[in-house]
Each structure stands twice: as structure tokens, then as C-alpha cells.
Design a protein around this ligand. Structure first.
Ligand SMILES: NC(=O)c1ccc[n+]([C@@H]2O[C@H](COP(=O)([O-])OP(=O)(O)OC[C@H]3O[C@@H](n4cnc5c(N)ncnc54)[C@H](OP(=O)(O)O)[C@@H]3O)[C@@H](O)[C@H]2O)c1
Length: 273
């Protein structure tokens, strides 16, 4: 596994972590494939994808319960848990309650990284960030960050923080969706904020891409591996592909430890411009 620095914390996180949307459910809980999800997550951890991204929203909390079950056989300190608070829970008290709910479902006494799932313009950002910071002060959360925030929203959030800073913005980023390259990515690079790329496989579309398959042939890699390698060669970027299939988990882990050539990166970027 390759590692990236989390913000400017000197903490190392894997360049490829694991997403969990639809592990334990999507917008509603799904208990039917827990076993498959648990085995996939365990395999990924064994292969070095020790960062797991979940949210109170996923499966209405059941995703967090599946994560808890998957990680219970590993030392807690070897796992980096990311979870997120819903935008409707950004009032001070609601946010604290949401964090306690996540801690309970995750069966842990700390969250490594707690993210605001998306901005809520109806709630003052100061109130929200005070709640986030108080979780850090109480050691319930190690690091804080945001998701789906634009540059203005990141700046507003950072301005009101007293003794912490956001270390991550989790945003959609993949070869077919490169909007963040205009402003969010340069801002994060300049301010030492890690970009956590969600939907890194374009929700399963990129692994089927014929052009990427052909590029991959040169390296004995698959289209999915090319798509992920393209992301993690970018400064400050790490990715969180989701897979419930052991075969895909192994494939995703092997998207690190090698590099696309500069020439191929140029060809790929021209193709997906
Ligand atoms: N913050 C936010 O607002 C937000 C929004 C969306 C997502 N996310 C996070 O980001 C994670 C990733 O995004 P995503 O799940 O939407 O999309 P994704 O990771 O781009 O794609 C997931 C899809 O790709 C398939 N897949 C995975 N690896 C593969 C491989 N090697 N070969 C072929 N197919 C493969 C999966 O199927 P199998 O399971 O069958 O392998 C699944 O259908 C989510 O799970 C979630 O944790 C966050």
C-alpha cells in the first residue's frame, strides 16, 4: 500500500481506502448481505486498505454497524474510521448526539475522522464548527473535515475554528468528473487539505471502459486499476472505492505500488477532457 499525509498532521493514511455506500444498505437498511460486506472489508484491511469511509446516513446507520462487525477482529488502532454527520444534524446539540450515535453503532470510543456530509445553509457554520471542535476537545474525534464543500464554504468553516483545522474535503472526483480541478483541488493543495475522492470508479462505470482497458494492458492492470492509479498520482488525492466483491477488493488494492507513465497520464487526460 502507498500512503498519503492526512492534511498537515503527519498522520499517514492509505492512498486507497474503502467506501461503504450500499454495504449495510443505501437509503434504507439492508441486512441481507452483511456477511458479504464484512468479508470484503476484512479482505481489504488485510491488503492495507485500512481506512473505511461510512456515514450515519448509509443504511440509516446499519453501514456503521457492519463496519463495527468487520473491524472487530483487528486492533482498533490499525483501522482509520471515517464517518459523517447528516446536514440536518448540524445544530450544536444535534451534531453531538449524532456523533454519539455513530460511536455506539461503530462500537468504538473514538472516530478517526468526522466529516460534515454536506453544507446546510440554514444553520450557521460557526455553531456547527464549534460542535465539531468540541468533539475533538473531548477526544471523541481525532480529526475533522467536510464533504461536498466548495472553496467559499471551506473558507467559512476554517475561519471560525479556534484550535483545529479541517484536514479533508471529501468530494466526487474521477476521470469522468473532474470539476474539482478548477478550484477545490488547487485550494486543497495550497492549504494542505487532503482530497478524499468519492465515486472514484464513476459508480462502477470506469471498470468497463474500453479505452482504460487498453491502457491497462501495457501495465498488466485492469481499467479500474488505471482509473484509481490516475487519481492517487495527483498531489493530496486519495480514493475510497466501494466493493462488496473479494475479487474487486483485491483488484482495487493492487492499484497502488506502480505508476502510469507521464505520457499515458497525458493521453488519458486528453481522452477524458
Ligand atoms: N460524501 C458523499 O457525499 C459521498 C457520495 C458518494 C459516495 N461516497 C463514498 O464514496 C464511496 C465510493 O463511491 P461509490 O460507492 O458511489 O462509487 P465507486 O466506488 O466509484 O463505484 C462503486 C461501484 O463499482 C463497483 N466496483 C468496485 N470495484 C470494482 C472493480 N475493481 N471492478 C469492477 N467494478 C468495481 C462496485 O461493485 P461491487 O461492489 O460489485 O464490486 C460498485 O458498483 C462510497 O461507497 C461512499 O463511501 C461519498
Amino acid at each position: 500500500m502507498e500512503y498519503k499525509e492526512l492534511g498537515s498532521t503527519q498522520v499517514k493514511i492509505p492512498a486507497i481506502g474503502m467506501g461503504t455506500w450500499e454495504i449495510g444498505g443505501g437509503i434504507t437498511p439492508d441486512y441481507s448481505s452483511d456477511e458479504e460486506g464484512i468479508l470484503a472489508l476484512r479482505k481489504g484491511i488485510e491488503l492495507g486498505m485500512t481506512l473505511i469511509d461510512t456515514a450515519e446516513m448509509y443504511g440509516k446507520g446499519h453501514s456503521e454497524e457492519v463496519v463495527a462487525e468487520a473491524i472487530k477482529i483487528f486492533p482498533r488502532e490499525n483501522i482509520f474510521i471515517v464517518t459523517k454527520v447528516l446536514p440536518e444534524n448540524l445544530r450544536f446539540k444535534d451534531l453531538i448526539n449524532a456523533a454519539h450515535g455513530s460511536l455506539k453503532r461503530l462500537r468504538t470510543n473514538y472516530i478517526d475522522l468526522y466529516l460534515i456530509h454536506a453544507p446546510n445553509p440554514r444553520i450557521p457554520i460557526k455553531e456547527t464548527m464549534e460542535a465539531m471542535e468540541s468533539l475533538v476537545n473531548e477526544s471523541l474525534v481525532r480529526f475533522i473535515g467536510v464533504s461536498n464543500f466548495n472553496v467559499y464554504e471551506m473558507e467559512e468553516a476554517r475561519k471560525v475554528l479556534k484550535n483545529t483545522d479541517i484536514v479533508v474535503n471529501q468530494v466526487e472526483y474521477n476521470l469522468t468528473y473532474r470539476k474539482i480541478e478548477r478550484d477545490i483541488l488547487p485550494y486543497c493543495i495550497k492549504n494542505n487539505i487532503t482530497v478524499m475522492a468519492y465515486c472514484p470508479l464513476g459508480r462502477g462505470v470506469l471498470p468497463k471502459n474500453q479505452f482504460l482497458r487498453e491502457i491497462g494492458l501495457k501495465y498488466n492492470k485492469t481499467a479500474a486499476q488505471v482509473a484509481l492509479n490516475w487519481l492517487i498520482q495527483k498531489e493530496r488525492v486519495m480514493a475510497i472505492p466501494k466493493s462488496s466483491k473479494i475479487k474487486h477488493v483485491i483488484e482495487n488494492a493492487q492499484s497502488t505500488g506502480w505508476r502510469l507513465s507521464i505520457e499515458d497520464i497525458e493521453i488519458i487526460e486528453k481522452f477524458f477532457r
